[in-house]
Write a protein that binds this ligand. Structure first.
Ligand SMILES: C[S@@+](CC[C@H](N)C(=O)[O-])C[C@H]1O[C@@H](n2cnc3c(N)ncnc32)[C@H](O)[C@@H]1O
Length: 292
């Protein structure tokens, strides 16, 4: 190619599709379009195609993943947010909206000046946040929220800080609730925790993209996959506000045991499932304060 050849040329496009297809990429045309739009030079495109052909997740090569219609930055070595987790976000957003509806109706009956004070910002915690996708998507869906996120993995925390700062939130590093600010206790409206839930014995069965390019700490949930979930469920009641909700994703098969763990901690559990996204979410609600 001469120095003055336009980039990307028809040849660049065709060669990229051919290379990706040969590497086994099922959606080679779509991937080629995304890589070409991300690359500024032929050399940059060649390097990206090499990484993808070597098996790196497309999102790590691009540096972002699409989640709930947003572009979430995802660094190499950080869990790639999955489409199925959009179901957890949707359920969480619906719970916040439902809780806000009576306050809005009350306020509408009063004067308009009181409407803002009648709608405090929901307090959202994204535990095991990875890239921070869940919290960021909730903030985008709900408008103003008070957003906190935490993860044990330094690479995830670094990545999440970039995403979550843009949504006005804070990211902490440490084991589950350990690093959260103490004044949050009893104030959390939504505690979203997409914890690792693959049983240890099944991690080796995951697609190579996950096995080789996502950290084990993001995938391995212990013998039955529910070790981290059980710890999250046990701690949730002391962080949730009365009427607040814990949402955790599991597999459909794990749902009965996961619901039992959530109920055992003192929350009222229920199971929600989306057939379209093949997603299962356990929702645990802290009983509201009895009316005086
Ligand atoms: C399945 S990934 C989910 C990431 C993100 N919530 C999402 O949906 O894209 C699980 C995350 O939990 C984090 N994690 C695992 N054990 C943890 C622990 N004990 N405390 C805090 N974070 C933990 C991992 O580092 C990983 O980022």
């Amino acid at each position: 190619m001469s120095a003055s050849s336009p980039f990307p040329s028809t040849h660049d496009r065709a060669a990229t599709v051919t290379r990706l297809r040969a590497a086994g990429c099922v959606f080679a045309e779509d991937e080629a379009r995304l890589l070409i739009s991300a690359a500024r030079t032929p050399a940059a495109l060649a390097a990206m195609v090499d990484r993808r052909a070597a098996g790196q997740p497309l999102e790590h090569v691009l540096g972002w993943a699409e989640f709930c219609g947003l572009r979430i930055a995802v660094d190499p070595g950080v869990f790639v947010p999955r489409r199925r987790t959009e179901f957890l976000v949707r359920r969480a957003a619906a719970l916040v909206r439902r809780a806000a509806a009576p306050a809005r109706q009350d306020a509408a009956r009063q004067d308009t000046a009181r409407q803002d004070t009648a709608r405090p910002r929901a307090v959202v915690v994204d535990l095991c946040c990875g890239s921070g996708a869940v919290g960021v998507a909730l903030a985008a869906a709900l408008g103003q929220v008070e957003l906190y996120a935490a993860d044990i993995d330094p690479a995830a925390v670094r990545c999440a800080r970039r995403n979550v700062a843009a949504a006005g939130g804070r990211v902490y590093r440490g084991d589950l609730y350990g690093p959260l600010p103490a004044p949050l206790r009893g104030r959390v409206d939504i505690l979203a925790a997409n914890v690792p839930y693959v049983p240890s014995g099944d991690v080796g069965l995951l697609p190579p993209e996950a096995r080789a390019h996502e950290p084990r700490v993001a995938l391995d949930g212990g013998a039955d996959g529910l070790d981290v979930l059980r710890r999250v469920a046990a701690g949730a009641p002391s962080w949730l506000a009365p009427g607040g909700h814990l949402l955790v994703e599991t597999s459909e098969r794990q749902a009965p045991l996961a619901a039992e763990a959530v109920g055992g901690g003192g929350l009222i559990p229920r199971v929600a499932h989306s057939r379209r996204l093949n997603a299962t979410v356990i929702i645990g609600t802290r009983p509201p304060r009895p009316a005086a």
